[in-house]
Each structure stands twice: as structure tokens, then as C-alpha cells.
Design a protein around this ligand. Structure first.
Ligand code: FAD
Length: 317
């Protein structure tokens, strides 16, 4: 059996789809765990093909890794899944690692692929900032694997699909750590992960106001999402962290990624390597970014971007 957990609904639906793919060699069933989620979420999980839901309500409404890991541990010991898929967001990563520690079992983080041959589970993950792929086979059960967003498309919605929903109220033992307050990260509401077209900028820009050139190109491409390299968000703070792409930023998968004045260091590539078509604009013909690009324009972005915008507008007209 495959057990899936994420407190992010979209990610949970993706895990269900992935689990259903793997389930045939693992007993055929996929069960989701929800903790303090509204009925609407449970209905969505059911409509997207899950076989069963452990709908847990607890005395701790807010995510807390220690308590939630303990709850999942009890469910795992009771139901003995072969594979536990956990959404690889901040909460999920902490949960997966703790769970593996408590259960003394193997854990692969941010897997790029999971396969099951019989009951033998193998997962792959990118290592050394993308210069290698580790292929790891589990020798312990359950296998715990954290899966990043967009690894799979949710299964089509079927309002008539039936699943067993097992409701349980549990009182969790509270751990000494306390959440004193929660501050929402400043967000501009940008979701680079969901964008189909991203125009991204790097240190090739001289001034913050020049981001307008990048916005103009995005608009001309009928996109509106601006991405950036780390220095633009973290050092110069010209854009919020919502836009930051790379190893320590967001991982994106657009159909078109245009990199303007970005050198193409491995830590940036790690975040955009799954893009469809990559266009790089850089004045240095030896810039690393050209190695990851499908199309390259060697030139000064201050000249190239306005010309591209004009050409695109003419083409559209
Ligand atoms: C642990 C770790 C994690 C990191 N995580 C990330 C991450 O998540 N994301 C990330 O992006 N980086 C990350 N970095 C930083 C990364 O190593 C690079 O330093 C960074 O990506 C460089 O940003 P850049 O390409 O914008 O700047 P630069 O490397 O300075 O490159 C600027 C480029 O612009 C070009 N250029 C200059 N002027 C023009 C012009 N007028 N027209 C056209 N081209 C021009 C230059 O030729 C150059 O190639 C990380 C580093 C570490 C150590």
C-alpha cells in the first residue's frame, strides 16, 4: 500500500496520481492522510482517485513537525504501507526526515523519480547542484520519499469516485517546542512555479528600474512572470524572493524560460533546468548559460531586449 501526505492540497493530489502509478506492485491501494483539513479537501482527494482517506483531527490545529510526525508514525505502524510519499515543501521535508528517524527507515528527499519493481523501491534524486543523479534503493520498509511540486499531474476529477474515509480524533502529546507567532513571508502573490513563460533577470541589469525592460519582454510574450537570479532577490533586493529561481530559490518548469544577463552558475540552473525552451541573452559569448540554452543571443541586453519587444509586437500585429 502507498500512503501519501501533504498539507498542500494540490501537492496531495499530485502524490495520489504518483502513488496510483506505483500502487500495482505495492498492493494496489493509495491512502491519503489529512490532518485538520476541511471536508472540501477530503472530497477533492476522493474525486481525484484516492482509495481511502485517514481523516485525522487533532488538538494541534497548526502544523508542528514533532507532533504530526508522531501521528503519522502511529498510522504507519498500524497500516504498514510499503511506501510513504510526502509533499516536498518546507513542512513536508521536515516531516519526512523526522518520520524516517523515528521509524529508523530510509528516506529520499526531493526525488525526481520513484519506481517499484515488486516490492523493491528505487528513487532518484539530483545531487551536487545538478551535476549528478543518485539512484537509491530502499532496504527498509516503509520507504519514505519526499516529492517536489509538479512531479505529476493530478488524476482527472470524478465526482462519482468512491473512497473509504476513516475519521479519527486524536489527542497528540505536545512537545516542548512552541510556536509563539507566525509571520507570513512578504509575498507579491507571484507563483513562478506555475508560470508557463518566465523572463528572468540577473546581475547583467545595472539598475532596479531596468527591470522594466524585462517586464516589457514578458508582456510582449504574453506572459507576466518575472524570475531572477539570487543576487537580484537576496543581495540587491530589487525583487522579492517570490521571483528567485535556483537551488535555494524556486524550481520552475515553464514552457519558455528567457534568461537575461544571467551567467548560468550551476545553482541557478538547478532551478530552471526542467524548462521547455530556454533562451539566453548575455554579452559574454562564453557565459555558462549558453550551455543550458536552446537559443542564445550574444549581445547587450539593453539593446537586445527593446529590439525583441519591437519585433514581437510587429509579429503580433
Ligand atoms: C549555496 C548556494 C546557493 C545558491 N543558490 C542560488 C540560487 O538559488 N539561484 C541563483 O540564481 N544563484 C544561486 N547562487 C548563486 C550563484 O552561484 C551565482 O552567484 C548567481 O546565480 C549569479 O547570478 P547572476 O548570473 O545574476 O550574476 P553574475 O554571475 O554576476 O552574472 C551576470 C551575467 O550578466 C552578463 N551581463 C552583464 N552585463 C550584461 C549586459 N549589459 N547584457 C547582457 N549580459 C550582461 C555577464 O556576462 C554575466 O554572465 C547560490 C550560490 C550558493 C553558494
Amino acid at each position: 500500500m502507498v500512503m501519501v501526505y501533504s498539507d498542500n492540497k494540490r501537492l496531495a493530489l499530485e502524490l495520489i496520481a504518483l502513488g496510483k502509478n506505483l500502487a500495482p506492485s505495492l498492493g494496489g491501494k493509495v491512502y491519503a492522510v489529512t490532518i485538520n483539513q476541511p471536508e472540501a479537501v477530503i472530497k477533492e482527494l476522493v474525486a481525484h482517485g484516492v482509495d481511502g482517506v485517514h481523516e485525522m483531527t487533532t488538538n494541534i490545529p497548526q502544523f508542528k513537525a514533532e507532533e504530526y510526525a508522531n501521528l503519522l508514525k502511529d498510522l504507519i505502524l498500524e497500516h504498514k504501507p510499503d511506501l510513504v510519499l510526502i509533499g516536498s515543501d518546507k513542512n513536508g521535508k521536515e516531516l519526512a526526515a523526522r518520520l524516517a528517524g523515528i521509524l529508523n527507515t530510509g528516506c529520499v528527499m526531493d526525488a525526481t523519480s520513484v519506481t517499484a519493481q515488486g516490492k523493491t523501491i528505487t528513487a532518484e534524486r539530483v545531487v551536487y547542484s545538478g551535476t549528478g543523479i543518485a539512484v537509491e534503493q530502499f532496504t527498509t520498509t516503509p520507504a519514505i520519499v519526499s516529492i517536489p511540486p509538479r512531479a505529476a499531474e493530478p488524476l482527472p476529477k470524478d465526482e462519482h469516485h468512491h473512497a473509504d474515509v476513516m475519521k479519527k480524533q486524536v489527542t497528540l502529546k505536545e512537545y516542548p517546542s512552541k510556536i509563539l507567532s507566525v509571520h507570513e513571508a512578504k509575498s507579491e502573490g507571484v507563483h513562478v512555479e506555475d508560470a508557463e513563460i518566465i523572463v528572468s533577470c540577473g546581475r547583467g541589469l545595472k539598475n532596479k528600474t531596468d527591470i522594466q525592460l524585462v517586464s516589457d519582454l514578458a508582456a510582449a510574450l504574453k506572459g507576466k512572470t518575472i524570475g531572477c537570479s539570487r543576487p537580484i532577490a537576496a543581495d540587491l533586493k530589487w525583487l522579492s524572493e517570490d521571483h528567485w529561481i535556483g537551488l535555494s530559490g524556486h524550481k520552475v518548469k515553464p514552457k519558455l524560460y528567457v534568461a537575461c544577463g544571467i551567467s548560468g552558475q550551476i545553482q541557478h540552473i538547478a532551478g530552471m533546468r526542467d524548462s521547455g525552451v530556454v533562451v539566453a541573452i548575455n554579452k559574454d559569448p562564453d557565459a555558462l548559460i549558453f550551455k543550458s540554452a536552446d537559443y542564445g543571443i550574444v549581445g547587450d541586453l539593453y539593446q537586445v531586449l527593446p529590439k525583441l519587444v519591437t519585433a514581437l509586437k510587429e509579429h503580433a500585429a
